[in-house]
Design a protein around this ligand. Structure first.
Ligand SMILES: Cc1ncc(COP(=O)(O)O)c(C=O)c1O
Length: 366
């Protein structure tokens, strides 16, 4: 079987069938049914957050989050406050959601150690047109949340963390999801914890809780029409998978930790690894390695492909280079993007497969 960068976790099918049977009996497939309600409550306590609202995917979570701070009418689209400051080193969903909400992404370069938005360059990017700041806890590593918060507060600009990768990561003794005015998460099948497709919004500013709730379900409460909302609801079928997968989360994280530790041991001194904060309790979401040059990376990819192994260039290209954004320069992100590769990491990756991957990488680099 080919080895891809990830393989969705598959819980025992019988467990999922039990949940499906309950949905069949209840005859409720969506609109905040039993599975969604139960899952929100269990995730709230597992993740140690004040609340979580489930939505249909992590991209619409970002769009609803952006929408939460106000809605400009179409005739105001060219007015001020159209810029969202963000990172160029992330999956394209972050940038695209900004553009889909008719905002302009303004890219701030990243830290070379852990690839998150560099707060030292943030303040210079803030202008009277800044609507929000959208940093990313990329790979589950923590942004410098205190510094970002200080700058945001000084300029009275909201912070929305794209925490798509941050399931289970903790920073300074708190869930990484509990930082920012809002944080969003993805439960896509490629993620360490998934519901095939799914997402969530964590509302850390309690004043926004009701607005997020309304925006994700068309913006009305029975006959009371309040906002021009959207359909971002998650179905019971997805939430049922979430319930079952949550029963296995400890074993998932344990298995991923062991794989990361095996890679660490076998690749020490061979590739560069990110340096993460000491007070981060990591979730083992990804295993990125950085090569000395793009040539080395391409050699490794070619070699692995010959053996049916497909790591991914997460994240390439640096998003400030997308053909549809205003040209800007982010030299650190561009350099890292050209040299970084995420190695296969999923429950079920065997010790032999890990050894083989590391052996092939080493052969390319001697
Ligand atoms: C950083 C980041 N943000 C947002 C998303 C979008 O999430 P989804 O695929 O659930 O829409 C992803 C997705 O995979 C992501 O990696």
């Amino acid at each position: 079987m080919s080895i891809f960068v990830t393989r969705p976790y598959t819980p025992p099918l019988e467990e999922y069938l039990v949940e499906l049977k309950r949905i069949w009996d209840d005859k409720i497939f969506t609109n905040q049914g039993r599975c969604v309600t139960e899952l929100e409550s269990r995730l709230k306590s597992f993740l140690d957050v004040d609340n979580i609202q489930l939505v249909s995917n992590g991209t619409i979570a970002l769009q609803v989050a952006l929408e939460t701070f106000g809605r400009l009418a179409k005739n105001e689209l060219n007015s001020q406050k159209r810029e969202v400051i963000t990172t160029p080193f992330t999956y394209v969903a972050t940038t695209n959601s900004i553009i889909w909400q008719y905002y302009e992404p303004v890219f701030v370069d990243i830290e070379k150690d852990n690839f998150t938005l560099d707060p030292a360059m943030l303040e210079d990017a803030i202008t009277k047109n800044t609507y929000a700041i959208m940093p990313v806890h990329v790979f589950g590593y923590a942004c410098k949340v205190d510094e970002i918060q200080g700058i945001a507060k000084k300029h009275q600009v909201p912070v929305i963390y794209d925490a798509a990768h941050a399931f289970g990561s903790r920073y300074k003794g708190k869930s990484l999801l509990s930082y920012g005015d809002l944080a969003t998460i993805s439960f896509h099948a490629t993620k360490l914890y998934h519901m095939a497709e799914g997402g969530g919004i964590i509302v850390n500013d309690s004043n926004l809780q009701d607005k997020v709730d309304l925006l994700k379900r068309f913006g009305h409460f029975y006959d009371d029409y309040i906002y021009p909302g959207i359909n971002a609801k998650i179905s019971e079928i997805q939430a049922a998978l979430g319930l079952v997968n949550l029963n296995h989360i400890q074993e998932i994280i344990k298995a991923r930790k062991e794989i990361c530790e095996s890679y660490d041991a076998l690749l020490q001194g061979v590739v560069q690894r990110p340096k993460v904060q000491e007070d981060l309790e990591y979730n083992y979401a990804y295993y990125p390695v950085v090569f000395k040059s793009e040539d080395d990376l391409l050699k490794v990819m070619t070699k692995l492909k010959e053996h049916d192994i497909f790591p991914r260039r997460y994240f390439y290209p640096s998003l400030n280079k997308l053909p549809y954004v205003k040209p800007s320069s982010c030299p650190i992100s561009e350099s890292i993007s050209s040299r970084i590769l995420c190695l296969p990491l999923f429950v079920g990756l065997t010790a032999e497969e890990i050894s083989k991957i590391c052996k092939l990488i080493k052969e390319c680099l001697v």
